[in-house]
Design a protein around this ligand. Structure first.
Ligand code: CDP
Ligand code: CDP
Length: 223
């Protein structure tokens, strides 16, 4: 099969991972949601006292981290994230972990630590990866790069629904504030900030379903 790599970047809750997952299933790619890797590291930080772990402790925290990928039983398209062999895929979804992920993602040692895993995943040849620096750092030569966006209010509503709507532990207003803070932090950090790669295509999916976004991307692929 011919090699094909697709990079999807964009702000929080813009729909990156659901789009990438659906696209992977449709055209036969393997998908890595790189944000989940940062969330796993964030979980480890939280368990060891929070995002303000002193710099001298960051390296030892990372060196003791056993982070690996697997798949759900019977569904090779469902990538699961393991820490110390424990499936943490659901546990990393909270906004607390998301916020902490954004803080730890600005630490150079954390980005360095996650680089080899992402690079080796990319070498599989037919991949779609989503995150913040995929088009700029991880897959600079991607076949196709997408910069996904939607207004912050739309994204907050989506995240609120994803966290259970009326059953969500956090209100839509709080989510909106968190997303806006996180975007600011991700856009302004000095290392691998959230920026659109010059050769990326803009996709505003605020009025599109995930299926329509998948079709939009498939149309842009080289034939
Ligand atoms: O799901 P959501 O868009 O809210 O966030 P995520 O993709 O799970 O990423 C959580 C945090 O990890 C982001 O706020 C970024 O700071 C960081 N991240 C990053 O720096 N680089 C990536 N390639 C992916 C995520
Ligand atoms: O990965 P990221 O944080 O960018 O977003 P996501 O987790 O893929 O999507 C956040 C929520 O928005 C999910 O519940 C998606 O089903 C939903 N979504 C939507 O309703 N319409 C879209 N066009 C894209 C995503």
């Amino acid at each position: 099969m011919t090699a094909l790599s697709i990079a999807i970047d964009g702000p929080a809750a813009s729909g990156k991972s659901s789009l990438a997952k659906a696209l992977a299933r449709k055209i036969g790619l393997v998908h890595l949601e790189t944000g989940a890797l940062y969330r796993c590291v964030a979980l480890a930080f939280l368990k060891s006292g929070g995002p303000t772990t002193p710099p001298e402790n960051v390296r030892s925290l990372l060196s003791g981290l056993n982070l690996s990928l697997g798949t759900a039983p019977g569904d090779p398209g469902d990538i699961r994230f393991f820490m110390e062999k424990r499936d943490v895929t659901d546990e990393i979804r909270s906004e607390t972990v998301g916020k902490t992920a954004s803080a730890v993602a600005a630490i150079p040692e954390v980005r360095e630590f996650l680089l080899p895993l992402q690079r080796s995943f990319a070498r599989q040849g037919r991949v779609v990866m989503d995150g913040r620096d995929i088009g700029t750092v991880i897959l600079p030569d991607a076949t196709l790069k997408i910069f996904l966006s939607a207004p912050a209010k739309t994204r907050a509503k989506r995240r609120w629904l994803q966290l259970g709507g009326e059953r969500s532990p956090i209100s839509c207003e709080e989510i909106l504030l968190d997303l806006e803070n996180r975007d600011r932090q991700d856009l302004s950090r000095s290392i691998a900030p959230l920026v659109k790669a010059p050769d990326a295509l803009d996709l505003d999916n605020s009025r599109m379903t995930i299926g329509e976004s998948v079709d939009w991307i498939v149309e842009k692929l080289p034939r």
